[in-house]
Design a protein around this ligand. Structure first.
Ligand code: SF4
Length: 439
């Protein structure tokens, strides 16, 4: 029987990681675990988000035949390090997959990687491990040459139930802010929208695929975990689907608390759905408001308006749903834009806010980058040059905004589980330290 190791590396090695604040269940590894165990493989998961040991320490004295590692763009250096170490130490078959592999598989073509799986067809893994090379979305190395099969989207209904034994073995982890041990459930692959900056709609070859709503509710019902994170890139998409979901949950008497992503235009146009969703347990809705100017929303191809965003804010307030308002900080911003955003957040009394630095994604953008360090593609670093400010000036305004947002959150009494003081001190130190090297 082959022993398979499924790995997800850490998200960051900087002091600004979200360990202990936001930790994502490794759903894709759990699907793979279910598929391989059904075929008789012995499977182990190593998720560095929650493991105390380093990968090197974990691997010492262990024997595995197969390594499968997944990563996002900013985790690529960590995954490569893990894969190389595994090859050196265990010498087995090394497979790389995950979101990054779907967008830029060629970046993972390394001597110590044998196979790159660039699709969701995890059900092909038993045959791939057995030596077949006919599955879709496959690249493999043979005598130093890489070969590939055609890309093919996957029907999400082919996914098995995930094996959640690892998730349940870590009851103190996998939280979303104050919602402890939040179980990830996915109803769809990809996103039907095409916002210019976003990599999510490129998943599954850009083909949107959604499960039957009863099957989704079955999965929630089968697990009595209190907190459920509906991790679709946009759960609030099809009005009939969401209404049926709410109705079915109610009808079956299922009591859970929910987190989901949803577009602001949908929330603005469907107040009754937000009311009913709140009624069955909606706590957080994560929405990309992105910007406070219609021109920029158009430039992002967001297909939304500032007026919709404001209506969305009002609807969430009315029904006491916590809106996690997500904004993008543009490369074309001047100092006054950072200030305007902060003023907008205050005026609209937004309690939960997340800001990301505009990041032209590798694989979907032609941008000229100012760094080749992929760990900087984490939305917390500039990877392309700002238009009107120097890198140093841009970061100065960025850190001032972060400090103001943290102070506001502290005044509002949210995120009490965070050590505000240490974040704020660290931002101030970073401002003082940033110098000639960034100019
Ligand atoms: S930003 Fe949201 S709505 Fe736009 S493509 Fe990405 S996931 Fe879809």
């Amino acid at each position: 029987m082959s022993r398979v190791l499924l790995v997800r590396p850490e998200e960051s090695r900087s002091k600004y990681d979200f360990q202990g604040v936001i930790e994502n269940e490794c759903l894709e590894l759990e699907w793979i675990m279910a598929i391989l165990e059904a075929e008789g493989y012995e499977v182990t998961i190593f998720d560095r988000q929650v493991e105390r040991k380093t990968f090197a320490a974990f691997l010492t004295g262990q024997e595995f035949d197969v390594f499968y590692g997944e990563c996002r763009c900013f985790q690529e250096p960590f995954l490569l390090e893990y894969a190389e170490l595994f090859k050196k130490q265990c010498g087995g078959l090394v497979i790389a997959g995950g979101i990054h592999a779907q967008i830029c598989p060629e970046r993972l073509y390394k001597d110590y990687i044998d196979i790159v799986l660039s699709g969701f067809n995890y059900y092909d893994l038993p045959a791939i491990i057995a030596g077949e090379r006919t599955a879709a979305n496959l690249s493999w190395q043979e005598a130093g040459e890489w070969h590939s099969t055609a890309k093919q989207p996957v029907d999400i209904r082919k996914m098995p139930r995930p094996n959640r034994s690892y998730f349940y073995a870590h009851p103190e982890r996998y939280q979303y802010l104050d919602m402890k041990h939040a179980m990830w459930v996915r109803s769809a692959f990809s996103c039907p929208y095409r916002c210019r900056f976003c990599v999510r709609s490129h998943m599954n070859g850009g083909v949107y695929s959604r499960r039957d709503v009863n099957d989704l509710v079955d999965e929630i019902e089968e697990n009595d975990n209190e907190n459920v994170y509906l991790v679709d890139d946009d759960f609030l998409f099809d009005e009939n689907y969401v209404r049926t979901f709410i109705h079915t949950i109610k009808e079956r008497g299922i009591h859970r608390k929910y987190i989901c992503y949803g577009r602001a235009d949908f929330i603005a146009a469907h107040e009754d759905i937000i009311r009913d969703f709140k009624d069955i347990g909606l706590v957080y809705v994560l929405s990309g408001l992105e910007d406070i100017s219609d021109e920029r929303l158009i430039s992002y191809d967001k297909r939304n308006t500032v007026a919709n965003n404001e209506r969305c804010i009002a609807v969430c307030k009315k029904y006491d749903v916590r809106l996690m308002a997500m904004f993008i900080l543009g490369l074309d911003w001047r100092g006054k834009d950072f200030h305007k955003l902060y003023r907008y957040i205050r005026q609209n009394d937004l309690k939960h806010v997340a800001v990301s630095i505009y990041t032209p994604e590798i694989g979907i953008s032609e941008a000229e980058y100012i760094t080749d360090d992929l760990t900087h593609f984490d939305y917390l670093h500039l990877v392309a040059r700002p238009v009107h400010l120097s890198v140093r000036q841009w970061y100065f305004h960025y850190y001032v905004l972060l400090i103001r947002l943290f102070l506001k959150a502290q005044r509002d009494g949210i995120y009490d589980f965070l050590d505000y003081g240490s974040y704020i001190r660290s931002f101030i130190r970073t401002i003082l330290r940033r110098g000639e090297d960034d100019a």
